[in-house]
Ligand binder design. Structure first.
Ligand code: CP
Length: 316
C-alpha cells in the first residue's frame, strides 16, 4: 500500500484485494464480541478534517478509527479558525503539530487531498473531494458486491445518473475496472463528463436496454447543488427516463442487487419501494463502510504485517 489513499488509482489489484480481505477479517474478528474494538491503533491519532457536509463518511471514519482504538479528532470547518481566513495548509500543519498520524479529508475542491499530502508527514485519506474521487466509497461498494454476490470480477455493473458530478462514479469505475468488473454508465448526455469515451466503460442512454443484463445497478444522486445550468427538462422527465422504479426493478435478473451511495433523492433517481426492497443494499453499504474504512486505516497506519496481526486477533 502507498502512504496515502487519494484516489482509486492508488490501489492496484493486489492492494484493493488486500483491503477487501482485511475488511472481511476485521469484520469476522469483531463478530460476536461484546466490545467491538481492536487494540491495533492504540496511541495513534486520526483527524477527520471535513470542509463539506457529510453524514455517512464522517461518522463511519470516526467509528472505524475508534474501533481500532485510535484517538480521534473531529474537525469541521464551521466553528474553526477557517472562518478567520486560515488556509488548508496552516490548518493541516496545526493539526499535525498536535500529533496527528493520519488526516481524513473531505473538501469541496477537487484535488485538495493531493495538496494536503504534499504538506504533511502522516497519511492522507480522501473522504471525497469535489467532483473528483471518493475511493473509500468505491471500496465499501466492492466489499458489498463481494458479500452479496461472492465476487467482483466478471460482474456486470451498471452505474446510472449524474455521472458528471459524481466522485463516487469516478472511483467506482476505476476500482471496478481494476478488479475485473464490466461497467456500463447510463446517463443523459448532459450528465456525462467530457472525455468519458476514454474511461474503461461502456456508455448507454437507454436504461431499459441495460437493466436485464446487470448484476448490480448503482443509482447516483442527482447533485442539483453542483449544477449551474439545467441538465434535464424537469425532475419528472428525469425520473421517467432514468429513475429506478418497481417496474424497472422487475426486469433485473433474480440475483441482481440495487445500490446507492446515499444520500438519496427518494422519488427522483430511486423510488421508495426500490430503496426499501430486499434487493437494495443501501443500509448494508453503510454498515460495510465501517469495516472497509477500518481496513484502510489499519493498513495505512498499522504498517507491514497488519494483515497477519488481523488474522492473529481473529484467531485469539
Ligand atoms: N456516500 C457519502 O459520501 O455520504 P455522505 O455525504 O453522507 O458522507
Amino acid at each position: 500500500m502507498k502512504r496515502h489513499l487519494l484516489e482509486a488509482a492508488d490501489l492496484d489489484r493486489d492492494d484493493a484485494t488486500l483491503v477487501l480481505d482485511t475488511a472481511a477479517q476485521i469484520e469476522s474478528a469483531l463478530t460476536g464480541r461484546e466490545v467491538k474494538k481492536l487494540p491495533t491503533l492504540r496511541g495513534r491519532t486520526v483527524v477527520n478534517l471535513f470542509f463539506e457536509d457529510s453524514t455517512r463518511t464522517r461518522i463511519s471514519f470516526e467509528l472505524a478509527a475508534k474501533r481500532l482504538s485510535a484517538d480521534v479528532i473531529n474537525f469541521s470547518a464551521k466553528g474553526s479558525s477557517v472562518s478567520k481566513g486560515e488556509s488548508l495548509k496552516d490548518t493541516a500543519l496545526t493539526l499535525e503539530a498536535m500529533g496527528s498520524d493520519a488526516i481524513v479529508v473531505r473538501h469541496s475542491a477537487s484535488g485538495a487531498p493531493h495538496r494536503l499530502a504534499q504538506w504533511v508527514k502522516g497519511s492522507v485519506v480522501n473522504a471525497g473531494d469535489g467532483t473528483h474521487e471518493h475511493p473509500t466509497q468505491a471500496l465499501l461498494d466492492c466489499f458489498t458486491m463481494r458479500r452479496r454476490l461472492g465476487r467482483v470480477e466478471g460482474l456486470k455493473v451498471t452505474i446510472v445518473g449524474d455521472v458528471l458530478h459524481s466522485r463516487v462514479a469516478r472511483s467506482n469505475v476505476l476500482l471496478l475496472h481494476t478488479l475485473g468488473a464490466d461497467v456500463t454508465l447510463v446517463a443523459p448526455p448532459t450528465l456525462l463528463p467530457v472525455g468519458v469515451e476514454a474511461w474503461p466503460t461502456a456508455v448507454s442512454y437507454d436504461i431499459d436496454a441495460v437493466l436485464p443484463k446487470s448484476d448490480v445497478v448503482m443509482m447516483l444522486r442527482v447533485q442539483r447543488e453542483r449544477m449551474n445550468a439545467s441538465c434535464f427538462p424537469t425532475e419528472r422527465e428525469y425520473s421517467r427516463r432514468y429513475g429506478l422504479d418497481a417496474k424497472r426493478m422487475a426486469v433485473l435478473p433474480e440475483h441482481a442487487i440495487v445500490m446507492h451511495p446515499g444520500p438519496m433523492n427518494r422519488g427522483m433517481e430511486i423510488a421508495p419501494e426500490v430503496a426499501d426492497s430486499v434487493r437494495s443494499t443501501i443500509v448494508e453499504q453503510v454498515t460495510n463502510g465501517v469495516s472497509a474504512r477500518m481496513a484502510v486505516l489499519y493498513l495505512l497506519l498499522g504498517g507491514t504485517g497488519s494483515q497477519q496481526s488481523a488474522s492473529k486477533e481473529n484467531n485469539s
